[in-house]
Design a protein around this ligand. Structure first.
Ligand code: X2W
Length: 293
């Protein structure tokens, strides 16, 4: 395609999303190296300069696990959620708020954006409560057993005020998935859930989840079976029939919930592909899976 045609193809999208909030979730698995993070930060700045209002939520699961291993702690997950004791919570804060958040903020600023780093504690952005213990049933004895996840939270409410104030003043908010409870305790939150809930809370037009797979696949072992567009109802059927499973399940449920809460479209795309964000937003074909009502 001629370079100029790329710009012409982008125009309807630039018009449609002018001044609209776009929630972008930078997944820990998508941020494979500094170059990938830098490229995504630059694309985020481009979105801002063509008139959209990007808001970033980042993860960092793999990096937290690496830090835990270095400190001699073994990471443990139950249904995708990290079991978080006091010491793990300190590591989570250090990695997410101290390292990843500041790194994304400085990369966005380097490319000319005005990024501000926040966690869910700032201005009570993410009020959370400790999750109830996970109940498992022993297959043999049928006995019920409770497993406490520790300092893991579920979101009670999102206060969009601080985010709106920042986007209204041309800043790009960058949010760490850490919540606060009513007694000021820190809680570890799943970053996908945070992205979905904040997207709904701020009335975002789009939720874009950057991860390490091409999107939702009909056959998870075959990248050629990518589903490019799907409605929430069709997707809910795929979930019920067990076609969407494993690591894709929480992301898929987050997208379904976001659409049901009023976000116009949700996208799952491969963040390892350079400029996947721009290809998804500005081209007709897109690059990943787009979910709509
Ligand atoms: C996550 C927070 C980071 C995250 C964790 O501790 O790994 C819980 O599991 P990704 O890269 O998006 O997976 N929190 C409760 O979600 O990062």
């Amino acid at each position: 395609m001629k370079t100029v045609n790329i710009l012409v193809e982008a125009l309807p999208y630039i018009k449609k999303f002018h001044r609209k909030k776009i929630m972008i979730k930078y997944g820990g698995h998508a941020m494979i190296d500094e170059a990938a993070m830098d490229s995504t930060a630059r694309d985020t700045v481009l979105l801002k300069y063509v008139g959209m209002e990007p808001v970033v939520v980042h993860g960092g699961g793999p990096e937290i696990s690496r830090a835990m291993n270095k400190m001699g702690k073994e990471p443990k997950f139950i249904e995708g959620l990290r079991v978080t004791d006091e010491e793990t919570m300190e590591i989570v804060k250090m990695v997410l708020v101290g390292k990843i958040n500041t790194s994304i903020v400085s990369k966005i600023c380097y490319h000319g954006g005005r990024a501000i780093g926040l966690s869910g504690k700032d201005s009570n952005l993410l009020l959370a409560r400790k999750r109830a213990p996970h109940v498992v049933r022993d297959d043999e004895t049928g006995e019920r057993r409770e497993i406490d996840l520790g300092l893991v939270g579920e979101i009670e409410s999102v206060d969009p005020g601080i985010i709106n104030m920042l986007t209204d003043n041309n800043y790009i908010p960058v949010i760490s998935p850490i919540g606060v409870d009513r007694d000021a305790n820190t809680l570890n939150l799943n970053a996908d859930t945070v992205a979905g809930e904040v997207a709904a809370g701020i009335g975002a037009e789009k939720l874009i989840v950057l991860t390490d797979v091409p999107g939702i696949l009909e056959d998870p072992s075959d990248p050629d079976t990518l589903i490019r567009r799907i409605s929430v109802d069709e997707l809910s059927d795929l979930v019920k029939s067990g076609i969407v499973e494993g690591g894709m399940l929480p992301k898929t449920l987050t997208c379904i919930q976001a659409i049901n809460d009023g976000v116009s479209s949700a996208h799952i795309i491969d963040g390892r592909v350079e400029h996947s964000l721009l290809l998804e937003i500005f081209t007709k074909k897109g690059i990943g899976t787009m979910i709509t009502e």
